[in-house]
Ligand binder design. Sequence first.
Ligand SMILES: *Cc1c(COP(=O)(O)O)cnc(C)c1O
Length: 371
Amino acid sequence: MTNPDQQNVETSTVGRVRPAVAALASYRPGKGAKQAEAEHGITNAIKLASNENPYEPVPAVVEALRTAATGVNRYADHRATELRSRIGSWLGVATERITVGCGSVGLLQQLCLAYLDPGDEVVYPWPSFEAYPIMVKLMGAVPVTVDLVDHAFDLDAVAAAVTDKTKIVMLATPNNPTGTALSTEQIAAFLDQIPPEVLVLVDEAYREFVDPTFGDPVADLGDRYPNVVVSRTFSKAYGLAGLRVGYVVADPAVVAELDKVLLAFAVNGMAQAGALAALDALDEIQPKVDLVLAERSRVVAALADAGWPTPDAQANFVYVPLGDRTDDIAVGLEKLGVVIRPFSGVGMRVTIGSPEENDRFLAAFHEVAES
Ligand SMILES: *Cc1c(COP(=O)(O)O)cnc(C)c1O
């Protein structure tokens, strides 16, 4: 799998940029539908490349955003007091254990800012979320990666990679891009092997898509292991990716440090209002999540029938190990107007879209992969 920060390294000629920043690649977001249309001279392309929710926010959320828009001449509540307490009561967790950030990626950055000095080590399985190496290297800290086994985490190997230099372990469950999840029993057994001064980030960006039998890290682990930091987001299941709001559940001492490094007003007033309205509209949002889950089963079954088994898919995407054929298949799909996320030479990640979009993907995949 290519690591984006090993490519496109640009040299700065103005100013004395930090070496850690100079060594990073410029961020390249996933290709959009419009860009694919322009490149291939096609129309009607669809984007199944960024794990977004295919459905627009429910009307009550849109209405709340409209109302909040009239207040943007003012700074919002920096601490997002109402949203924190609402999340706390929703989860049955004390408000001091909750903080909010500019997406869960914002909180990831806060965690790195608050806890990493140059030379500190951060352990995470790889391939995993592509923001991890970027945030770690930005601090001058050192990523220590542990290979996946059968597209899933080998937690004993992760525990073995922890040294006295390790400050943080990052576990995305479900993992992006492979979609496999950890049970809370597995996480607890891992935590029992880890020194309590090492923070363990449990990144649950896709929690709402996970089979409930995997357990709930907040309910099952939070009180027993003060070093666990659970991050979640309104971006995926709640369909608010563009608003940028995520939250963390952690020990109050960790929350206090994260709060010190929150960029002023990073969670803006519309983001706070949209998240609050989403929490009021969970009964309208859940059916959309259920539809994505039903579609995920359908896509997984169709791929398996066609001879392409996938690792256990617990998020709103499927990972298809295509090996050497990945790059050709990705280009073929794109020419047919279906933009997915290829990982060169290993596999592709395909977001579950609307039923029509998934039909488009499956038809295109059959055409390209079986030719
Ligand atoms: C999408 C994703 C995020 C979330 O991003 P936001 O900043 O909350 O939009 C976090 N972690 C993983 C593993 C993801 O795939």
